[in-house]
Design a binder for this molecule. Structure first.
Ligand code: BDP
Length: 337
């Protein structure tokens, strides 16, 4: 991004007339600003709902600015896993990172409330929360965070996370005993799996295929589209509907870049991101169905888990450890209907 900056000392040297001229020049440059190509990234491949929604957001930005602002998408972990994506966004090396709320907990502790197992009654409840004031407040918390270096743009759907593994179907809590299950990088998730009797192993999504291939883990947990598009079914064919987590996605923008943009451009980005949130939702529901179909065609053994209360009881210690500090927020979420 080319931006003209002139320091105070040179301004003093230039004198008042020159200052006026410089200001005028700056205004001209910013209105005829050089093209801004926003680098966006996602762990998922092209065509995945989150990726597609951001690609479409890019087209809207291009249209609205007559090609001045566009998005260059780097899908499929081309710029690293989520940890690397966050770091690069903080540095301004990339602008848009579509990540899970999962790894955001350690950064903005309130996000861990969304990460608590069984915190949402169902998907409709989760959508109401992220679309409503609580969702906005948390995005705001991220944006105003003094050191996070990120602007929270919007949320996206990510369905329900279910456990999958290479050994057997999970129908009751005891079935998890002894299984090594990859969890996202946030202590809350390792605690969740451990409290269910499994062995939670934290690692990046980018390392998971390899870890399953080599038997470092027996499986992982995720929604159908991630499991299917990541081809995890090749290594873990038992997909059990434990539904223990329902974690929304989040689109974050590099604060470094954002702060250097005009107010109008900032607003345009926020507006198109909000539209992307709803557009992704439609794509998400279609993709969930498609993924399930593909999974069954690939011979995946899918089973329902009816013993939900036992799972909920087992994760109580996680709520005590990670939820105690956020009781008011948890109560507000429970009251949303
Ligand atoms: C997927 C999310 C992705 C996460 C991944 C994971 O879309 O952002 O990186 O789970 O498990 O559902 O790490």
């Amino acid at each position: 991004m080319s931006k003209v900056t002139i320091d105070r000392r040179s301004l003093l040297r230039l004198g008042a007339g020159a200052v006026a001229a410089t200001t005028a020049m700056k205004a001209t440059i910013s209105s005829a600003q050089a093209k801004v190509v926003l680098k966006a990234t996602d762990v998922h491949p092209l065509g995945y709902p989150t990726v597609e929604a951001v690609v479409r957001m890019g087209k809207k930005l291009e249209e609205a600015t007559k090609g001045r602002i566009s998005i260059q998408m780097y899908p499929s972990m081309q710029l690293g896993g989520e940890k690397e994506m966050i770091e690069q966004a903080q540095l301004g090396a990339l602008q848009i990172a579509r990540i899970s709320v999962g790894p955001m907990g350690p950064l903005v502790p309130e996000f861990n409330v969304f990460n608590l197992p069984f915190v949402f009654r169902d998907v409709a409840h989760m959508e109401k929360v992220i679309d409503g004031p609580i969702g906005s407040e948390l995005l705001d918390k991220l944006t105003k965070h003094p050191t996070a270096g990120l602007v929270g743009l919007c949320y996206m759907n990510a369905g329900v996370r279910n456990v999958y593994n290479s050994k057997k179907p999970i129908t009751k809590v005891e079935d998890l005993k002894g299984l090594k299950i990859r969890m996202m990088g946030n202590p809350l998730f390792v605690d969740t799996m451990n409290s269910l009797g499994g062995n939670g192993v934290a690692m990046g999504f980018d390392q998971l295929i390899n870890a399953m291939q080599t038997g470092v883990v027996d499986g992982a947990e995720n929604n159908e589209p991630s499991y299917e598009s990541g081809q995890h079914y090749r290594y873990a064919k038992f997909y059990s509907k434990t539904g223990h987590l329902m974690i929304p996605e989040i689109l974050v923008f590099s604060k470094r870049t954002f702060d250097g943009m005009s107010k109008d451009d900032q607003e345009l980005i926020l507006k198109t991101a909000k539209e992307a949130q709803l557009e992704q939702r439609k794509l998400w529901y279609e993709r969930e169905q498609e993924s399930l179909k593909k999974m069954l065609e690939a011979g995946v053994v899918v089973n329902e888990v009816t013993d939900r209360e036992a799972f909920q009881a087992a994760v109580k210690p996680v709520w005590e450890k990670h939820g105690a500090a956020h009781k008011a927020l948890i109560d507000r979420i429970a009251a949303v209907n």
